[in-house]
Design a protein around this ligand. Sequence first.
Ligand code: ASP
Ligand code: MG
Length: 400
Amino acid sequence: MIVQKFGGTSVGDVDRIRAVADHIARTRKHGNEVVAVVSAMGKTTDDLIRLANEVSHSHPGRELDMLLTSGERISMSLLSMALADLEIDATSFTGSQAGIITDTDHTRAKILEIHPSRILESIKRGSVPVVAGFQGVSTDKDVTTLGRGGSDTTAVALAAALNADLCEIYTDVSGIFSADPRVVPTAHKLNEISYDEMLELAASGGRVLALRSVEFAKNHHVTLHVRSSFTWEPGTWVREENEEMEQAVVSAVSHDTSEVKVTITGVPDMPGIAARIFREIADVGVNVDMIVQNTSREGLTDISFTVPKDDMNATMNVAAQAAKEIGARDVYADPDIARVSLVGAGMKTNPGVTAKMFETLAKEGINIEMISTSAIRISCVVREDVIERAVQLLHEAFEL
Ligand code: ASP
Ligand code: MG
């Protein structure tokens, strides 16, 4: 059994939808059971958000979710019709009908459990289930969405619940690359990559897979195959790290321009202060990424951290309030930053990657403003206007 997920561009127009139906037919002919998961056509979700902005300033989460889930309903029914044309019986299901139960956190709901009885029934009848991605139904019985890019999560979660053999993610690129090919034309496609590397890439700017879907795949051991619905050629396998997998010291360079840096100056250097600031930020649902705190001078220190640009206002509001309460001096945001990261499973056992990264950037006079590392990733924050140069230099220096 294969869960096949088709992203927005893969079902972007009538011809694409027909091509997807053909591909499902072909996959079945090879003796596979197929469960399809679809995103909204092309830019539909963006268009619906624009409509919401035009009609009103307030977007109650429940209503926004009701609106946004309609995009995926269009694709699921059209794809089912295209399959009917090929004499393949297909049945579309909303997230709710597919048994995807989420929490009540509208616009960024988390999947709690899946009861796929209707999907299983449909398969048993010989009918191809076509499931609307990105959505579910909450424990309060309201329609929810899983956050932008959430169809990937739907597909992986369904693959886990159905115990499918494989989850294929069809998109408009041919796989995961050693860098963004628009920035580095010589970037190459990776044949396979471990869950941990993929997690680091997805978290550091890789836009091909939603982070949550990779977490789900890792936790439930779902093998992923990311590939193109334009060429249909083999793409990148994402799976458990194994001995045969070649452990590159550095597998890829990723970059991210979607964050802002927030700095709080003159913060009293005492136990409990950082806890207080970051608790308040967490409580408004903002994910903090990199954090740097300087050594204190005369009992005062500066703390800088990065957050998504979309969360800048919410963060500044709570940070300003917290700063006042703890007697810090000042809070400001700097949007003109970007982050470049090196990711590779072999980093664990190879010293010198950090030094080489810093040397490469230093040689070109690129200043590093923040640094963070994990066992298999090194990230540097630099000025946004030199980010593409930084990516190109690192891709070259590490011979990717
Ligand atoms: N249509 C939704 C979005 O644009 C979900 C998805 O495409 O995965 O974010
Ligand atoms: Mg997507």
